[in-house]
Design a protein around this ligand. Structure first.
Ligand SMILES: [Zn+2]
Length: 377
C-alpha cells in the first residue's frame, strides 16, 4: 500500500445496507490519510481503542454532524465519503473475500473459520499460537489463563504496554479480533483445573483442537485428560529451561495412539524433565510474586511455530484437500533444539547433535493406560 494524497476510507462492503444514522467506528490514521471503518458497533475493551469516526446518513439529512467527523452519505446506490467537509476516496473491503486472500491454494481458511481451538495458557506460547491460528483463519477460540499481563511479560508476549494490568485472555481476545473481527472468542481468567469441564464441553464442537501451552506439565496433563474425555485432538507445546529446546506432543482420537500420560510414563527421565515454574520473590515482598522463567522470544517462537504447523494439520484431519505440513513426518513426540550449547542447555543439551535440530525418531509407546487410552478414570 502506498501513501495516497487524498484521504482513503476503507469501509465494509455491506455498509450501504446498514441503518440510516448508524454511528461509524474504527481507526483514523491522519499521518497517512487512512481511515478504517470497522463497523457500526463499538467493540468494548478493544486496544488500541476504537474511535467514533462519524455517521452514516442520507444525503438530504439535517442530522447535526460535527465537521471534524467522517460523513458517509447515500447518493442513490452509491456512497459518498467526506472527512471534515473534504471529499474522500472510498475503498470497500470484504472480510470474507479479502482477509485470507493471500492463503489461496495454501490453506483453506474458509474451512478453518468453523474450526475451534481451546488455548490453555495465554503466555508467550499461547498468545503467539492464538494469533497465528487466527491469521490462518481459525474462527473460534476458548482462551483460558488466570494471569494478568505484567511488564516483564512484554519481551516475549504478543500484547503490549497498553495491555499491562489486563487479563491475558482479554488482551489476546482483542488481538484476535483485530486480525479477524468475525472470530468468536470466549475467555476465562481461571486455571483450567478450576474451570467447569462443562464449559469446555459445550464449547467443543465440530473440529476442535485442545492446545496445551501452560507453563507446567501438570497443567498440560490436565488438558490432555480433558481432551481424551471429549475425544478431541490434543497438542502440547512446551519449552525446556532457558528455552534452549522445546517439546511438542500430539495425539488424536481417530487413530489408536498412546496418550500424553502413556508418553510421559514411558519415556526416559532425560527426555521428560521439564521445569515446573520457578517462583521468586521480588524485593522480598510476598505480594510481588513473579512467575520467572528465563527464555527469549526468538527461541520460544521457533518451537511454537513448528507446533502450530501440526495444529493446522490436526484441525484439517478430515479435510481431504489439505496437504499436511508435518503430520506423518514428525513422530508423536518431537523435540526441537534451539541451541545444543551446554552453556544454555546444561547437560541435557548433549542429546542434540546440532542447533535447530528437530527430532523425528523419539518413539512413544503405550504406558499404563494402554489402548484405547481414554483416560476415563
Ligand atoms: Zn494412555
Amino acid at each position: 500500500m502506498t501513501e495516497p494524497t487524498t484521504t482513503t476510507i476503507w469501509y465494509p462492503s455491506d455498509l450501504g445496507q446498514r441503518a440510516d444514522g448508524s454511528p461509524l467506528y474504527g481507526y483514523h490514521h491522519p499521518d497517512t490519510a487512512q481511515v478504517v471503518v470497522t463497523g457500526t458497533e463499538k467493540q468494548d475493551g478493544q486496544q488500541p481503542a476504537m474511535a467514533l469516526l462519524g455517521w452514516l446518513e442520507p444525503a438530504d439529512s439535517h442530522h447535526a454532524t460535527p465537521t471534524a467527523s467522517l460523513l458517509v452519505q447515500r447518493a442513490g446506490a452509491e456512497l459518498r465519503f467526506s472527512m471534515q467537509g473534504q471529499p474522500c476516496r472510498g475503498e470497500a473491503y470484504s472480510l470474507e473475500a479479502d482477509l485470507f486472500s493471500r492463503h489461496a491454494g495454501l490453506l483453506e481458511s474458509s474451512l478453518l473459520q468453523d474450526c475451534s481451538v481451546i488455548v490453555c495458557g495465554c503466555g508467550s506460547v499461547g498468545s503467539l499460537a492464538a494469533l497465528d491460528l487466527a491469521r490462518s483463519g481459525v474462527g473460534r477460540f476458548l482462551l483460558i489463563d488466570p494471569d494478568l499481563l505484567a511488564i516483564e511479560n512484554l519481551c516475549r508476549h504478543q500484547c503490549g504496554l497498553a495491555d499491562v494490568g489486563r487479563r491475558k485472555v482479554a488482551a489476546v481476545a482483542d488481538r484476535i479480533r483485530q486480525i479477524n473481527p468475525r472470530a468468536q472468542v470466549q475467555s476465562h481468567a481461571l486455571p483450567l483445573e478450576q474451570l467447569d469441564p462443562a464449559v469446555v464441553a459445550s464449547f467443543a464442537g465440530g473440529h476442535t483442537l485442545m492446545l496445551a501451552c501452560a507453563d507446567s506439565r501438570r497443567a498440560d496433563r490436565h488438558a490432555a485428560r480433558l481432551a481424551a474425555a471429549l475425544h478431541l485432538p490434543f497438542l502440547a507445546i512446551g519449552l525446556w529451561e532457558r528455552a534452549f529446546a522445546g517439546e511438542i506432543f500430539y495425539s488424536h482420537p481417530g487413530t489408536p495412539m498412546p496418550c500424553y500420560g502413556c508418553a510421559f510414563d514411558g519415556l526416559s527421565e532425560g527426555l521428560t524433565a521439564r521445569p515446573e515454574p520457578a517462583r521468586f520473590y521480588s524485593n522480598e515482598t510476598e505480594l510481588e510474586k513473579l512467575n520467572f522463567q528465563p527464555g527469549i522470544a526468538i527461541d520460544i517462537s521457533f518451537v511454537t511455530q513448528i507446533g502450530l504447523k501440526l495444529a493446522i494439520d490436526l484441525l484439517n484431519l478430515s479435510n481431504p484437500q489439505h496437504v499436511p505440513r508435518l503430520l506423518g513426518h514428525l513422530s508423536q513426540f518431537t523435540l526441537v533444539c534451539n541451541s545444543n550449547d551446554p552453556r544454555l542447555g546444561g547437560e541435557r543439551a548433549e542429546i542434540f547433535s546440532h542447533p535447530l535440530q528437530v527430532t523425528t525418531s523419539v518413539a512413544v509407546s503405550y504406558g499404563p493406560h494402554r489402548p484405547p487410552c481414554r483416560w476415563s478414570e
